[in-house]
Structures are given as structure tokens and as C-alpha cells.
Write a protein that binds this ligand. Structure first.
Ligand code: PGA
Length: 261
């Protein structure tokens, strides 16, 4: 697990976007796993800039989003369908048929979740999965107690997540309490995991995920089990880590690190 501490949110986002661009430039038909939330906004802005200014091509890319609220239809402003259109898809050259987001309106959750899992496999598996982290340590909507082997399913959101997300809705009561989410087991099958986190509100969860035990109580700690995971954080989100000097030393001295003149 690589931990990269960046001086600012903007630098964190640009460097994380470069990780995605490297995958897409190496494999133009890559399968990209996407996340929503406030954290990846600048990462998506940078991907859009790379597309517009530097020709980053999405024409052969397939995407899978991590999750969607149950009961919000795609035109609802707080649905993740809407978020993705707004912040990424309408600005890049991805064919609409290559986009996958869990359905918030399916009546048959079990069948839908099975189909989603199978569709990821049919497309060859996810090459790089972007992740945020909740203040309760969740990845996607895998709330504390979610099995580290869990698959795509309907999940009841934790109270803390509902409270965290209430800022996007008119009233706290409007936040849906169910979501369809990829499971931790589904996420761990991606070839590379890229987690981004910023701000002091995430410092505790980040420290538990990176330096705490692997536990279903902090589902982001499952990244410790993955052979190729990279975590980009800003200074504020690094505040509770004990080994910051070590992570910086590794970044400065790893093979291929730029040497000072
Ligand atoms: P945020 O959400 O980026 O809006 O903080 C992250 C998450 O809950 O995964």
C-alpha cells in the first residue's frame, strides 16, 4: 500500500488523475471504477482538462460506479447518475452505453446486483477503481460491519453517513437510507485501487484504514489486503497518521523517484 501525502487538495487531485491517465494511456479500453462525493470532484475536473487539452481518450473506456441511492431516479439532482453526468460524463467522449451505475429504481435488487457483478466480469474486471472514504471508514457504502467478502447488494446506510450527506439535500429526512453498493469483495477484485481523502474530518478514518487492524468496522482497512493500492491524501487528512515521515521517506527514495539536482 502506497501512501502519498500532498501539500494541498488540488495537488492531490491532479496527481490522482495522473494515475488514472497512465492506466488509460497504457490500455485505451480500460475498465474504470468511479466514485462520487465531494472528494473526487477536482480529480474529475482534471480528467476533463486532460481530455480537452491533452486528448485523453475515453472512447473505448468502460465505467462502473460504486454505488447509487435507492429510490432516486437518474434525473434527481442528488442521484449519483446525475452527479456523474454533471461532473464527468457530459465533458468527455465516453459512449453512453459504456457507462454502468447501479440502478436506484430497480424493483428487483437481488437480480440487479447479480447482473452488475456479472457485467463487471464480462467487461474483463475493473483496471483501476477510484475510492473515497467516509468519516466512518467506509468505502463505497460498505458501512461498518460490512463483510470484507461482501458483493454488490442493497445496504442500509449508517446514521453518520446520512448525517454527513444531509448537506447535499434540502432536509436530513430527504437523504435515502438505502443504497445499492459494490461490496468490499467486489472492490478488492479491481486490479488497482486509488483512494483519495482530504480534510481534517477524514484524518481519523484515514489513520484507522492505513495503520489500524484490517477490520470490517473500517472497511477501507481492506485496502491493506490489496497488492496494488495507492492512497492520496492532503496534509489535513494525514494529521492522525503516526508514520508520516516514513511514507514521505519512501516516496523520496523508492526506485525511480526523482533525485534532487
Ligand atoms: P465525500 O464522501 O467525498 O463527500 O467526503 C466520501 C465517501 O463517503 O466515500
Amino acid at each position: 500500500m502506497e501512501v502519498i501525502i500532498c501539500p494541498s487538495y488540488d495537488e492531490m487531485s491532479v496527481r490522482a488523475a495522473q494515475e488514472v491517465a497512465v492506466v488509460l494511456n497504457t490500455k485505451p479500453n480500460a475498465v474504470l471504477g468511479l466514485a462520487t462525493g465531494s472528494t473526487p470532484l477536482a480529480l474529475y475536473k482534471e480528467l476533463v482538462r486532460l481530455h480537452k487539452d491533452e486528448g485523453l481518450d475515453f472512447s473505448q473506456v468502460t465505467t462502473f460506479n460504486l454505488d447509487e441511492y435507492v429510490c432516486l431516479n437518474p434525473t434527481h439532482e442528488q442521484s449519483y447518475h446525475y452527479f456523474m453526468q454533471e461532473h464527468l460524463f457530459q465533458h468527455i467522449n465516453i459512449p453512453p452505453e459504456s457507462i454502468h451505475i447501479p440502478s436506484g429504481t430497480t424493483r428487483n435488487h437481488v437480480a440487479f446486483c447479480d447482473w452488475y457483478e456479472n457485467r463487471i466480469k464480462e467487461c474483463g474486471g475493473i483496471d483501476i477503481q477510484i475510492l473515497g472514504i467516509g468519516s466512518d471508514g467506509h468505502i463505497a457504502f460498505n458501512e461498518p460491519g460490512s463483510s470484507l467478502g461482501s458483493r454488490t447488494r442493497i445496504k442500509t446506510l449508517a446514521k453518520v453517513t446520512i448525517d454527513d450527506n444531509a448537506r447535499f439535500f434540502k432536509k436530513a429526512e430527504d437523504v435515502p437510507i438505502y443504497a445499492i453498493t459494490m461490496g468490499v469483495g467486489t472492490i478488492l477484485e479491481a486490479r488497482k485501487l486509488l483512494l483519495v481523502a482530504n480534510g481534517d474530518g477524514k484524518a481519523g478514518a484515514v489513520a484507522q484504514a492505513i495503520e489500524g487492524p484490517v477490520t470490517s468496522m473500517i472497511t477501507a482497512s481492506a485496502l491493506q489486503l490489496h497488492p496494488d493500492s495507492v492512497i492520496y491524501i492532503d496534509e489535513a487528512a494525514s494529521a492522525s497518521l503516526k508514520m508520516c515521515d516514513y511514507y514521505r521517506w519512501i516516496q523520496d527514495n523508492k526506485p525511480g523517484a526523482p533525485k534532487p539536482e
